[in-house]
Design a protein around this ligand. Structure first.
Ligand SMILES: Nc1ncnc2c1ncn2[C@@H]1O[C@H](COP(=O)(O)OP(=O)(O)OP(=O)(O)O)[C@@H](O)[C@H]1O
Length: 597
C-alpha cells in the first residue's frame, strides 16, 4: 500500500474538494438516518392512535381525532420526502466533489507521466515497449483513479454510515443490532471474492481483446504482404480463433456477474428476516416498539450498499496499489543524459570524437570502439561502412541520444555534456534512417522542424530537398495529407520530406542518416548540390552505403565492426587501395552495368 503514498501530493493539492466531499458524505448520511427515525415515530403513532380512536367510538370527538391524526401522519410524510430530497442534494454534491477531484488528479497524473516519459533518454524506449508505456499512462492511471474517486467516496461513506447507523442501532437495542448485522460481514467477504473473480476474468478479456486488436492492426498494416502471399484464408482462421477465445472469456465473466446480485439479495433478505424475527421477540418482551423493527429494516438497507462496497473497495485499492507500483517504476527512472554546465553559447559546428566507445546499455552491444576523428565547422564528413558497423551510433552520439561509455565527444572543442541539451539539439538537423511522418499535411510535417515557419521557408526547404516539384503535382499541394490518413508517398518522397524538415531549421550541424537511399542518383546529386549552398559554413555528416553520396565530402570515414578502418578524402582513400576503393569500384561497375541494361 505504501505505493499509494505518492498520491498524497495530489490529494493535498485538491484538499478543499476532498474535505467538502467528507462533509457532504456526513450530511447525506444524517439525512438518511433521520427519516428512519421518522418512520419509527409515524408507525408508533399509528399503532397507538388506533387504540385511542377505538376508545372514542360513536362519539363526535372521533371525527376530530381522525382529522388530527391524518394531519400528523401527512406532516411526517412531508418531512420524510423533504429529507430524502436533501439527501439527494448532498449525494449529488458528494459525487461532484470526490469524483470530480479524482478526474482532475487523473488529468494531472497523465500530464506528469507524459512529461516524465518525454524527459527520459532513448535507452528507456528501447528497454520498454510502446504497449507498456501506453498501458501505464491509460489503464494503470485509470485504476488509480478508481481508488481516488469511487473507492475513496464509498470508503468515506462506509465509515461514516457505519459509525452513525451502527452507533444509533446499538443505543436502541444491542441484541437486535447484533442479529440484524450478522449476515453483513459475510456479504462483504463474498463480494470481495466475487469481485476479484470478476476482475480476473475482465483482465483475461482485456488481454484477449488486445491480442485481437494487435492481430487486426497487423493484418491491415501488412495487407500488402498478406495479399501477395495469398494468406487471407489463414488470416481469417486465425482471426476466428482469436474471436472465439474472446467470446469464451466473455461468457465466463457473464457467469460470475450473474452470481453477484442473487448473492447480495439473499444475504440482505436473511438480514431482514432476522431483524423481523428477533425484533418480534424483543417487542413481545416490551424492550422495543414495533416502530423500531421498521426503523431497523431501513438501517439494514442503508448499510447494505456500504458493506457490499467494502469488498469492492478493498479490491480496487489492491489493484490501484499494483498499478501505482508500475507507474512509480517509470517515475523513478531517471534521465541519465544531463547537462553538466548548461552552456548555451552559439555553436560553430566543429565536431571531435576523442577515442569514443559505446556499449549500448540495453543490449550490451559494443557499437563503436575507440573512434577518433575531427570535422571542422563548415566541413562535410561522410560515414561509410558495412551494415551494423556503427554509423548510426555516431549520429546518436552527436545528437546526444547516448553518452559514450569511454572517450569524449566535443563540439567546438567543449565536451558535449557541458552544453544545455535542448540548445545543442536545436543546432542539429537530424534526418533519421527510419523516416517518420506524422498523420498531417506535408506542410506541417516540414514545418515541424521550425517553430512559426513561414510559407516561404517551407517552400524553400521543399525546394532544397528536391521535393517541391512533387508537391506541386499533388492536388492539394502543401495541404496534402500524408501518413496513415493521407496519400501514400513513395519511399524517396518520404525521405525528402524528412530532409526538408531538417533543412528548414538551418542547422549548424546536419546529419543525414542513410537519407538518400531511396532516391535515384540524379535526385541524390541534386540534393547534394543544394546542400553545398545551404551548408556553407555549416557542418554536415552524411551516412550512406553509396560512394556517390560520399565522394564529395571533405573527409570520408570507413567503419567496420565499430572501428575506423580508413579515413581521408576521396582522392586519399582511392590511393590507399583499401575498403573504400574496393567499394567504389564495385559500385561504379554495377552502376555502369545497370545503365547498359
Ligand atoms: N539503440 C540501440 N540499442 C541497442 N543496440 C543498438 C541500438 N542501435 C544500434 N544498435 C546495435 O549497434 C550496432 C551498430 O548499429 P548501427 O545502427 O550504428 O549500425 P549502422 O552502421 O548504422 O548499420 P546500418 O547501415 O545497417 O544502418 C548494431 O549491432 C545494432 O544492433
Amino acid at each position: 500500500m505504501k505505493e499509494l503514498k505518492y498520491l498524497n501530493k495530489y490529494l493535498y493539492k485538491y484538499k478543499g474538494m476532498l474535505l467538502s466531499g467528507v462533509l457532504f458524505v456526513v450530511l447525506a448520511n444524517i439525512f438518511a438516518i433521520v427519516p428512519a427515525q421518522m418512520v419509527r415515530h409515524a408507525l408508533n403513532l399509528v399503532i397507538d392512535s388506533i387504540d385511542t380512536y377505538n376508545i372514542f367510538d360513536g362519539s363526535s370527538l372521533q371525527e376530530a381525532f381522525r382529522s388530527d391524526f391524518y394531519q400528523t401522519v401527512f406532516f411526517y410524510g412531508l418531512l420524510i420526502v423533504a429529507m430524502a430530497l436533501m439527501r439527494g442534494v448532498f449525494l449529488f454534491f458528494m459525487r461532484q466533489t470526490v469524483i470530480v477531484m479524482s478526474r482532475k488528479i487523473e488529468y494531472d497524473m497523465k500530464n506528469d507521466l507524459f512529461q516524465h516519459y518525454q524527459s527520459l533518454p532513448l535507452s528507456f524506449y528501447r528497454r520498454n515497449n510502446t504497449g507498456d508505456l501506453m498501458a501505464r499512462i491509460s489503464e494503470d492511471v485509470g485504476k488509480v483513479r478508481m481508488y481516488l474517486g469511487p473507492a475513496m467516496m464509498y470508503g468515506m461513506n462506509l465509515t461514516v454510515s457505519c459509525i452513525l447507523v451502527i452507533g444509533y442501532m446499538l443505543s436502541v437495542n444491542v441484541n437486535l443490532t447484533l442479529w440484524a448485522l450478522l449476515p453483513l460481514p459475510l456479504l462483504s467477504i463474498s463480494i470481495y471474492y466475487v469481485n476479484n473473480l470478476i476482475n480476473k476474468r475482465s483482465e483475461d478479456i482485456q488481454e484477449s481483446l488486445s491480442n485481437m486488436s494487435t492481430f487486426v492492426q497487423e493484418a491491415f498494416s501488412g495487407i500488402r504482404v498478406i495479399k501477395a502471399f495469398i494468406r487471407e484464408s489463414d488470416n481469417a482462421r486465425m482471426f476466428d480463433d482469436a474471436a472465439n477465445d474472446y467470446k469464451d472469456k466473455q461468457l465466463k465473466l457473464s457467469k460470475v456477474n450473474a452470481l453477484f446480485y442473487p448473492l447480495m439479495l439473499s444475504l440482505i433478505g436473511l438480514s431482514t428476516i432476522l431483524t423481523v424475527y428477533v425484533g418480534g421477540i424483543e417487542v413481545a418482551k416490551g424492550s422495543i416498539t414495533a416502530g423500531n423493527i421498521a426503523e431497523f429494516i431501513m438501517y439494514v438497507n442503508l448499510l447494505t450498499w456500504p458493506v457490499t462496497s467494502l469488498g469492492w473497495v478493498t479490491s480496487i485499492v489492491q489493484r490501484a496499489a499494483a498499478s501505482q507500483k508500475r507507474i512509480n517504476q517509470f517515475l523513478q527512472t531517471e534521465n541519465d543524459i544531463v547537462s553538466t554546465e548548461q552552456l548555451k553559447h552559439p555553436v560553430q559546428g566543429s565536431i571531435q570524437f576523442d577515442s569514443v566507445s559505446l556499449v549500448y546499455p540495453d543490449s550490451g552491444i559494443k557499437a563503436v570502439r575507440k573512434v577518433s576523428f575531427e570535422v571542422g565547422a563548415g566541413e562535410t564528413l561522410a560515414l561509410l561502412g558495412t551494415t551494423g558497423a556503427g554509423k548510426s551510433t555516431i549520429a546518436n552520439l552527436v545528437c546526444r541520444m547516448y553518452d559514450p561509455t569511454d572517450g569524449k565527444v566535443l563540439i567546438d572543442g567543449k565536451d558535449i555534456k557541458s552544453y544545455d541539451i535542448a540548445h545543442i539539439r536545436n543546432q542539429i538537423g537530424y534526418v533519421p534512417q527510419d523516416v517518420f511522418l506524422f498523420s498531417d499535411t506535408v506542410k506541417n510535417n516540414i514545418a515541424f522542424g521550425k517553430n512559426d515557419a513561414s510559407e516561404e521557408e517551407i517552400i524553400q526547404a521543399a525546394k532544397d530537398a528536391d521535393l517541391w516539384e512533387n508537391i506541386k503535382r499533388f492536388d492539394k499541394g502543401l495541404s496534402t495529407m500524408v501518413g496513415e490518413r493521407g496519400i501514400t508517398l513513395s519511399g524517396g518522397q518520404k525521405q525528402r520530406t524528412s530532409i526538408a524538415r531538417a533543412l528548414i531549421r538551418k542547422p549548424k550541424i546536419l546529419i543525414l542518416d542513410d537519407s538518400l537511399s531511396a532516391v535515384d542518383t540524379n535526385t541524390e546529386n541534386a540534393i547534394l548540390n543544394n546542400l553545398k549552398g545551404i551548408m556553407k559554413d555549416r557542418t554536415s555528416i552524411i551516412i550512406s552505403h553509396r560512394v556517390s553520396s560520399a565522394k564529395l565530402a571533405d573527409k570520408i570515414i570507413f567503419l567496420n565492426d565499430g572501428e575506423v578502418v580508413e579515413m581521408g578524402s576521396h582522392e586519399e582513400l582511392m590511393k590507399a587501395n583499401g575498403f573504400y576503393k574496393d567499394l567504389y569500384e564495385k559500385q561504379i561497375k554495377s552502376d555502369v552495368e545497370t545503365s547498359e541494361e
